[in-house]
Design a protein around this ligand. Structure first.
Ligand code: ADP
Ligand code: ZN
Length: 643
């Protein structure tokens, strides 16, 4: 299907097209042939990423489309650019006002006639949008799914040249997805009006993809699934020992850079945010228990670079378009691999090396399990549908997540395989995860060690929890142990020379590998799974890792190499880069927009290293389109000339 009728070389040219006469505005319509020109003039992008050309072609040919590309893969360009190349109006459905606002601000900044209609606008603002609609001056309109379903609205759109519908965050359509939004399921109504639909998402398993196609009733759609790996992210999963110092160590590797720390509970969010602040970090808390006003303020302060770190529950994120997030920390196990992928996906959207560290404990599995069970019970109690399947699936997801942490298998590979893809790995592995970087030290004689632990569990008749078993193995003089006569067991004191933290860590790993299981809520006790029994009998092997070493380098070599478009900066360039960042912050403040809407880090880095001296040179910098060159060229060129 790649009979892309444009000379491919066009996409590869490093020199932008000659600037158009300023008064003429942007070309509208023009079809497929006009695309390269439109993209290079509007966005300063001269080369497409994988699948972008295919997706745009399908969309411009009026074909239905599902495009799955990882976060930062460049999905928005795939509906924004065709919208400019086709006659009429393209409507984009998006689940969050903040997402729409970001896109509209970005588009308007690039000189595109885009607007949104939301409940957060004043009646006057909405009337202006309706007027623009009636006068056919808009190319792109962003709306929520609810608005699209309002009576008469679709007819209004049709009357005013509705030519295509794009659905962002399309995984919200599927109840198998992790952000299910029932309103999304009604979007097929639009399909019945004969308008081509394109759907976009970053996280979709095969099942979710099928669900999206079926629900939207897409007609012979082009289904394009990009490689879901994020090579610029370095993943680490580390056993949680003392969370705050562990987070501080990560933050220290990224001084003055943006980061997000996720915790399960609001209380934990508050605690961690306070601890980080008391260590001099610019961190604030964000969770659903805070007022909307407060939440907005935190979000705004993060976007405007007034703070560096947001400590949050998963309530924070979907609308966060700060592209230079350099680290994402999970203070506990996420709810599942899809959520993990989505949450870590917020790191490094600009393609630069970034780090994701997950601090876990097997106890998190239990916490999630009881939370899920409670939610299930409440739903039943209130007569809402919640079948046992849904509960089981929820628990399976958390188990999958725990498994991810405790296996000696490349993290990139595990994630990619979860989404039904494969990852080609060389001898040295991915080079961007703790497993492949050899940061996880394997415990010598892991299997023997595991047998000692499993045997202790059996000797106490599988009726005690991890803390008790640990005490038995370490030969504790605990009164309860003596009273039960467990100090006379052959396993008593077998791991005397090991620390409590170490033994607990191995038990956690055995749970994560599903050799040990936990039952009971109030007094969770350990018992052996069938594979645990095999392991105890010596019929299978296991690999356990030692507690983490504390020193780590910030980003892995592959992550550096993978971010192919990274500009290596000399010290002098670095200085200029910092000055340009300050200029950006100042301009952003004056204009009341987030800094990344001015230019992103990568564009600034290229400016600092290329040091353009003229408007023409300025326009060769990736990320500089005509509108921006006009708006910002002078002030940036002056700053560069001063250096
Ligand atoms: P997604 O929606 O897939 O998460 P975005 O559309 O936000 O990703 O794109 C991420 C960043 O990549 C944006 O800053 C965008 O301008 C940039 N981008 C998109 N396509 C290209 C391209 N072909 N070359 C360079 N940058 C691109
Ligand atoms: Zn790896």
């Amino acid at each position: 299907m790649t009979d892309f009728s444009i000379d491919d070389a066009l996409w590869d040219t490093a020199t932008p097209r000659r600037p158009a006469p300023a008064a003429g505005g942007l070309p509208s319509g023009g079809g497929l042939g006009a695309l390269p020109d439109i993209i290079s003039r509007t966005w300063g992008i001269h080369r497409l990423r994988p699948l972008q050309a295919e997706a745009m072609e399908a969309s411009l040919r009026g074909r239905d489309l599902l495009l799955v590309l990882p976060t930062g893969g460049g999905k928005s360009l795939c509906y924004q650019a065709p919208a400019l190349a086709r006659e009429g109006l393209t409507v984009v459905v998006s689940p969050l006002i903040s997402l729409m606002k970001d896109q509209v601000d970005g588009l308007v900044g690039n000189g595109v006639a885009a607007a949104m209609l939301t409940s957060a606008q004043t009646p006057d603002e909405r009337r202006d949008v309706y007027e623009a609609l009636e006068h056919n001056t808009l190319k792109l309109l962003f709306v929520s799914p609810e608005r699209l379903m309002v009576d008469g609205f679709r007819e209004t759109l049709l009357r005013n040249g509705l030519a295509a519908l794009a659905i962002d965050e399309a995984h919200c359509i599927s109840q198998w997805g992790h952000d299910f939004r029932p309103e999304f399921r009604q979007l097929a109504e639009v399909k019945r009006l004969g308008v081509p639909i394109s759907a976009y998402t970053a996280t979709a398993t095969a099942r979710v993809r099928e669900d999206i196609l079926a629900t939207l009733e897409l007609d012979d759609p082009a289904v394009l699934v990009g490689p879901c790996d994020r090579p610029n992210l370095t993943y680490r999963a580390v056993q949680r020992t003392d969370l705050v110092p562990q987070i501080l160590a990560v933050a220290k590797r990224h001084p003055d850079q943006a980061g997000i720390v996720y915790c399960i509970s609001r209380k934990e969010v508050e605690r961690v945010a306070e601890a980080l602040s008391s260590h001099g970090l610019r961190a604030e808390a964000y969770h659903a228990g805070l007022s909307a006003e407060r939440r907005n303020r935190v979000q705004e302060r993060f976007l405007s670079e007034s703070i560096d770190i947001v400590v949050a529950t998963v309530a924070f994120g979907m609308g966060i378009d700060r592209t230079d997030v350099r680290f994402v920390v999970h203070g506990a196990l996420p709810k599942g691999m899809e959520q993990y992928s989505q949450e870590t996906g917020r790191a490094g959207r600009d393609g630069l090396p970034s780090e994701c560290v997950l601090f876990y404990s097997a106890a998190d599995f239990h916490t999630w399990k009881s939370l899920l069970e409670r939610a299930h019970g409440e739903a039943r109690h209130e007569g809402r549908a919640s079948d046992a399947d849904v509960l089981d699936q929820g628990i399976e997801r958390v188990r999958g997540m725990l498994n991810f942490t405790t296996r000696f298998v490349c993290r990139h590979r595990q994630l990619v395989e979860h989404f039904g893809q494969e990852l080609e790995l060389g001898e040295a592995g991915c080079g961007a995860c703790d497993v492949c970087l050899d940061e996880l030290e394997e415990e010598p004689d892991s299997s023997v060690l595991a047998q000692k632990i499993l045997s202790a569990v059996v000797r106490v008749e599988q009726r005690y929890g991890a803390a008790y078993v640990t005490n038995v193995l370490r030969g504790s003089k605990n009164a309860a142990i003596q009273a039960a006569g467990h100090d006379r067991l052959t396993t008593y004191g077998l791991l005397e020379e090991k620390s409590m933290a170490e033994v607990r860590a191995w038990i956690d790993q055995l749970i994560g590998l599903d050799h040990l299981r936990v039952q009971g809520d109030r007094y969770p006790t350990l018992y052996l799974s069938p594979t645990g029994v095999e392991l105890l009998k010596g019929e299978r092997d296991v690999r356990l890792f030692a507690l983490p070493k504390s020193k780590r380098s910030a980003t892995a070599p592959r992550a550096r190499a993978a971010a192919a478009e990274v500009v290596e900066l000399s010290d002098e360039d670095e200085e200029l880069f910092e000055r340009l960042r300050a200029l950006r912050r100042q301009l952003a403040q004056e204009r009341g927009v987030p800094p990344y809407l001015i230019f992103n880090d990568r564009t600034l880095a290229q400016m600092a290293s290329v040091r353009p001296a003229s408007r023409a040179e300025f326009m060769t910098v990736k990320g500089v389109g005509e509108k921006k060159a006009e708006d910002l060229g002078e002030v940036f060129l002056a700053a560069i000339a001063e250096a």
